[in-house]
Design a protein around this ligand. Sequence first.
Ligand code: ADP
Ligand code: MG
Length: 644
Amino acid sequence: MGRIKILPDQVANKIAAGEVVERPASVVKELLENSLDAGSTDLRIEVEAGGRRLIRIVDDGCGMLRDDSLLAFERHATSKLRDVKDLLSIATLGFRGEALPSIASVSRLLLETRSQEETTGARIEIAGGKMLRCEEAALGGGTAITVRDLFYNVPARKKFLRTEPTELAHIASLVTHYSLAHPDKTFQLTSGPTELLYVTPVATLKERVYQVFGSQALEDLVELGQREKEMFLPPDPDDNRPTRLFRLNGFFSRPQVQKGNRNSIYIFVNGRLIRDRLVMHALTSAYHNLMPPAAYPFALLFLECDAEEVDVNVHPSKTEVRFRHGSFMHDFVRDSIRERLMEARPAPSFAASPRTSPAAQAAAELPYSEFSQMLENEAPPVSELPAEAPSAEMPRFELRPAAGPAPRLDFTAPPIEVTPGPPPSGKLQRRLDAHGEFPADALPAPEFSLSVLSELRPLGQIHESFIIAAGRDGLWIIDQHVAHERILFEQVMKQRAAGRVEMQQLLMPMIVQLTAEQQIDYARIADELHAAGFETEPFGNRTIAIKSAPAAVGAADLEKILFEILEIAETELRGASLDDLRRNICASIACRAAIKINVRLDTAKMEWLLRALAQTDCPMSCPHGRPIAMHYSTREILKAFHRI
Ligand code: ADP
Ligand code: MG
């Protein structure tokens, strides 16, 4: 990493200054990032009392030279930047040289470090920014930093700390997510006698996800795999590299896993955990028409690009970045995720039985990120959120559930109780296994093929609303309205894309009265309406005549659907793209035209519906994001009857 130097003023002045140490989690973040920058492969973090009383990080990285170890506590002293030019392509997590001096000024800090290049190391003690001790010491390689009594000399700041479990949950979330970004390294997080996370090196991200969240999570998540896209730049005589490569990898939930906020979305850009509205928007657009607008997926995204493509020097705590080619990156992320979601064609099943296979590690039960929290300022702190633990009861059904199914992954559970105690003496109390080797059979059935839908045998309806069907593997319940809605939606979208929407001429034009506002929206989307099958023309003041309509829609529904579309136009046109508007128009048409609930269907109709559903690209959620089919596997049935 090179020698530590104090940055010259002309560089220091260009650094987005800000507060580094806001809360215990920011201390952990800075120290973890330093250890990662130092090339560590084994990171051990010990926390006591929510991080107020003690945070200790031990790493096996390159360590610091004795002379450097003192310099490290000077403002703007860093080994990661040399000159202003370096600011444009930062490949390390740190670069400002502010963390160590800031932390040392608000705590009692002990640094023990030895560089691989020296035979002895240094031990330095600082309290409230004052040097207490600095000596040569016989130490093993690597660095250990102990921070005690955080904010002991800044009482005003101490008051702003949240409860101990909440601060600890922030830290657990942070360490968990850095461990996901580095499957090749060991991470251990302990709090007093409790081990919250322990993961050893594995070869793939998938194995790390399994180690951290357990096997249940893998069933609910879709792995993206490595996706790449090259961007071609306009010719530039100063730049001999005409293209830039963007890479994306990660995991995201199937649409039926729905979160009420963004707390389960983690975005890494070049290894850095960030919050970014653009990437967030790309992700939510990928789920458009697969999830209701107020719901969010669980996602772990790792975006890699040239260091010059992303400016990390825009935010005080380095958690926001600026992309040089934002819209290219946005579309790449959205399209990669959407394509993969479509391929995976997700099928929900009942969360009926309690988990029997390896469950999540304790730290993963509290991934509560302060980064996403900042985006969700209005959301209540996690300790006040209702628990969403999967119920051990058998599933119950209600007619027309208002929202999606209960989330199956409990990523937002309130913090677990962690009793602060003395530093671990002897053996740690291991709450949960580090899941050890990744068993091949822990994987969910390979991309559960929805061709099974076409083999379903309808047995009948309940409440004349849900089709009950037997399949090769267990029992299915299908919501007839949303199933038909999905079929029609895709049909209408395809016709729309081909410019061949089936229309029907009305015997008599239908005259519709509009409000002034609707009139304006109508004028804006008249072309789009026409393309969707509505042939309309102005008919006097604030009145239009509908002459033809999409073939699927009955005349009785015409006025309602037109108003619905105008309403969408009103809210959608402000921010969303034409593409979104188009999808929403098609979704409206599909919803109006679909078979309703409380309608009796004969076997032939049910069979037709199941076959047609199997043919769709995404047979598992309706265009508004509601689930279509529930699957109760033979295994789950056997378990419920205690036969296995
Ligand atoms: P920055 O990370 O922005 O350079 P910091 O104040 O976090 O600034 O750290 C100052 C310097 O101390 C780093 O540049 C690095 O050289 C050294 N350093 C800090 N922590 C470690 C560590 N765990 N291992 C090796 N070197 C470290
Ligand atoms: Mg640093």
